[in-house]
Design a binder for this molecule. Structure first.
Ligand SMILES: [Zn+2]
Length: 304
């Protein structure tokens, strides 16, 4: 009897462990999507940020602290992308393993223009006014590295799931590589001289480097809700001088200025780009791959 009882208890314990998903908390929607796909049923992934919420201006709520406190794994983009998140992890006295998705990537540098990137919480190191550009995911090659780091982080926290995380990561990475190859083929439809992008957010450096684009205008005028008439005139002139074919709006950001610039410069406005996170649930840009594909389609349609 006692033998059966202990067997039952052991079975119950095993079942409890197997059915208790690993609590994983992320601070941006791109990392969340990759984690949810690689983790599958073994994890319960919570993203503190909803699609369309600007990571530049996010105000944490008390519920975020509670979620962080119970998290077994905390995954961040790193490179200063979620400055508020890193502080919150400390405040919540979180004990979960912190995984930095961008680990191992060589960061590009960007101007530490508080006007443009206040919410990313960049710290200027070295006094040259330059900081690491946190938008590394804008290149799919970097996204593969994100997936590998997330896979390894989940395996370290939950070794029993090694096989599952590995095989799911293979599928994710295959899809990323296929998306990368598809994008490179798509971009050949844009004449080289027209591979210039203007948008209201300086988030495409890694993208530009990987796919052979030039990001024109440092966007200060576009990011500002109240740019001077002079700023707008300078940007319009810039678009004309450089024969820029179109400008792009960013999902969730102030679009009035971009619309005004496009009208004055006489260029078309491309479809919205997703630069700081995925699009709304159920939409075509709701995943990292979907967001990237949507951007590629918008850029090809706007510039070819
Ligand atoms: Zn950004």
């Amino acid at each position: 009897m006692s033998c059966i009882r202990s067997l039952l208890l052991a079975l119950m314990a095993a079942f409890a462990v197997a059915s208790e998903p690993l609590q994983v908390v992320t601070g941006n929607t791109i990392v969340h999507d990759l984690a949810a796909r690689i983790g599958g049923d073994r994890i319960a992934a919570t993203c503190l940020l909803q699609p369309g919420v600007d990571p530049h201006t996010y105000q944490p709520v008390p519920e975020d602290m509670r979620r962080l406190a119970v998290a077994r794994v905390i995954i961040i983009n790193g490179l200063g992308f979620e400055g508020w998140f890193e502080g919150l992890v400390k405040e919540a006295k979180a004990t979960g393993t912190v995984v930095v998705a961008s680990t191992g990537l060589v960061p590009l540098k960007m101007k530490n223009d508080e006007h443009e990137h206040a919410g990313h919480g960049h710290d200027s190191k070295g006094g040259d006014g330059l900081v690491d550009d946190p938008h590394a995911y804008a290149s799919i090659a970097n996204g593969v590295r994100y997936a590998e780091n997330i896979r390894d982080g989940l395996i370290a926290a939950d070794p029993a799931g090694t096989e599952s995380y590995r095989s799911r990561a293979v599928a994710v990475i295959d899809e990323l590589r296929a998306t990368d190859a598809w994008a490179k083929k798509e971009f050949t439809r844009i004449p080289k001289a027209q591979r210039k992008i203007i948008t209201n957010h300086d988030a495409l450096q890694y993208f530009a480097k990987e796919y052979g684009f030039e990001i024109l205008a440092p966007n200060t005028a576009l990011e500002d809700s109240q740019p001077s008439a002079q700023d707008i005139a300078a940007l319009v002139q810039f678009i004309r001088t450089n024969s820029v074919k179109g400008v792009f709006l960013e999902f969730g950001k102030n679009q009035k200025v971009v619309e005004q610039v496009a009208k004055e410069a006489g260029v078309q406005i491309g479809t919205e780009l997703y630069l700081d996170g995925v699009g709304p649930a159920g939409g075509p840009a709701a995943t990292y791959v979907g967001m990237f594909r949507t951007n590629v389609e918008s850029i090809v349609n706007g510039l070819r």
